[in-house]
Design a protein around this ligand. Structure first.
Ligand code: ZN
Length: 108
């Protein structure tokens, strides 16, 4: 198997969907998207949350539309992730996709 960024990203998103199943904020079903809390550029395979369109992009309380609200929501509902994210130091790195894939499979 060839490990690519897209393949690892798909695994991360599949795991996010399997973990939450419904919108993490309101419990809605149907069309849901995985949101990268830290931004895909900074953390492509970690800190994903499953959201309905309203809580992802379009609502007054949404991760894209209202980052202050989103930050509070993460703090209240994902305290462990919130702590890690707040201490996150970005450094540019060359990803080893096989290693990241294996790491995700272990977490699942
Ligand atoms: Zn929602």
């Amino acid at each position: 198997m060839k490990y690519t960024r897209n393949k690892v990203m798909k695994l991360a998103k599949d795991m996010c969907k399997a973990k939450y199943k419904t919108c993490a904020v309101c419990g809605a079903e149907g069309k849901l998207d995985c949101h990268h809390i830290l931004g895909e550029r900074f953390s492509p395979f970690q800190f994903l949350v499953l959201l309905c369109p309203s809580h992802h992009k379009f609502g007054v309380e949404s991760f894209h539309g209202n980052p202050i609200w989103a930050s509070e929501w993460i703090k209240d509902n994902m305290p462990l992730d919130w702590h890690i994210i707040n201490n996150f130091k970005y450094k540019k790195k060359k990803w080893n996709y096989e290693k990241e894939y294996t790491k995700l499979m272990k977490e699942g």
